[in-house]
Design a protein around this ligand. Structure first.
Ligand code: TXA
Ligand code: MG
Length: 315
């Protein structure tokens, strides 16, 4: 188990020495290392068992730092920064040579985000470097939304976990790229498509998952908990899997005959997003073989929730 606390000086000391620190963000917990130290960055890939073709997001403390890390910032990207940073939005932009090929997996673009979390912000302010931070989970598993989640799975591979409470959004950041100036969403996440379109107009959504190295690491079966997940109409699935040990992950209705996690009794998508990943983890400890679940309304954060449920349900 890792050392756990809310001491930003301790966290800074470890990062300065090239170590790994799990950090709280408003989306999910990240596994941070000094972005200017390739030896530390390698440790991140190793700890997560992450393939080197899956590039990392660089996290910065202030908007103005972005300039030195990129070679150009399209107008629409700047508008999004002005409106949504700090916040759950990651921009893919042409990288400057301050971002190593290790971070960008050899691509000439890299991903950047300014997170919104008071304790993390304090930490980033006392560091002389940005940090890379993928979600702090083993590759392919559900992202962590609490310090405990991180400790359970990566505790023995991390030097320190900065405990900043439960993640307020609960879904990873939305990722958007600007190839040929055309804004394209590569990952649905904590900032809704509607909010983005309200600022820069229509955007393409291309979350077609892939195992292509040049595409984002949206491998089809990402975000899988250890139990099998089946997505559909809950009542129908209960009938169909009658003879199996089932658990039910529902949006707002209760299914009391089964181990049941209700995402939001009041049918609130923000609340459902906050609880989604801890819900998937909760079933790991239940005496069941399969998780039966359903889509939530496909609007706002619901689109990202449905995306994660779909991916969790593919084996
Ligand atoms: O909310 C988040 O974004 C969290 C917190 C910790 O900030 N981080 C996170 O990182 O989710 P990670 O590594 O789990 O997901 C980053 C995604 C990967 O799917 C990766 O392929 C994509 O960002 N990515 C990074 N650089 C890219 C690039 N140059 N082009 C396309 N996709 C990129
Ligand atoms: Mg991840």
């Amino acid at each position: 188990m890792a050392e756990l606390g809310n001491d930003i000086n301790r966290a800074s000391e470890i990062l300065n020495a090239g170590g790994l620190v799990a950090i709280p963000t408003e989306t999910v917990y990240g596994l941070a290392a000094n972005a200017y130290n390739d030896d530390s960055v390698v440790k991140v890939f190793d700890a997560k068992n992450r393939p080197s073709f899956d590039p990392l997001i660089t996290h910065i403390s202030h908007k103005n730092i972005l300039e030195s890390l990129t070679t150009s910032i399209p107008t629409k990207a700047q508008e999004l920064i002005d409106n949504f940073w700090p916040g759950p939005l990651t921009l893919v932009l042409p990288k400057s040579d301050k971002i190593s090929n290790l971070i960008s997996s050899g691509l000439n673009t890299a991903a950047f985000r300014m997170p919104k979390h008071p304790l993390l912000h304090e930490l980033l302010e006392i560091l002389d470097f940005p940090v890379v931070a993928p979600s702090a989970n083993p590759f392919g598993y559900v992202s962590p939304t609490s310090a405990t989640h991180v400790n359970q799975q990566l505790g023995d591979k991390i030097d320190y976990i900065l405990d900043g409470g439960e993640s307020k959004i609960g879904l990873e950041s939305t990722i958007i790229s600007f190839d040929d100036g055309q804004p394209t969403i590569l990952r649905l996440g904590g900032l809704s498509v509607e909010d983005i379109e309200a600022v820069i107009g229509e955007v393409k959504v291309n979350i077609g998952s892939s195992s292509k190295p040049s595409a984002p690491g949206m491998l089809t079966n990402h975000y899988s908990p250890s139990k099998k997940v089946i997505l559909g109409n809950i009542e129908d699935l209960i009938e169909k899997y009658d003879s199996s040990k089932i658990g039910v992950l529902s949006y707002n209705k209760s299914f009391e005959r089964y181990p049941n996690f209700v995402l939001s009794k009041g049918a609130n998508l923000e609340e459902a997003a906050v609880k989604l990943f801890s819900a998937l983890r909760w079933f790991d400890d239940q005496d069941i073989d399969i998780i039966i679940t359903e889509k939530v309304p496909d609007i706002g954060l619901g689109r990202a929730i449905n995306d994660r449920l779909k991916r969790a349900s593919i084996n």
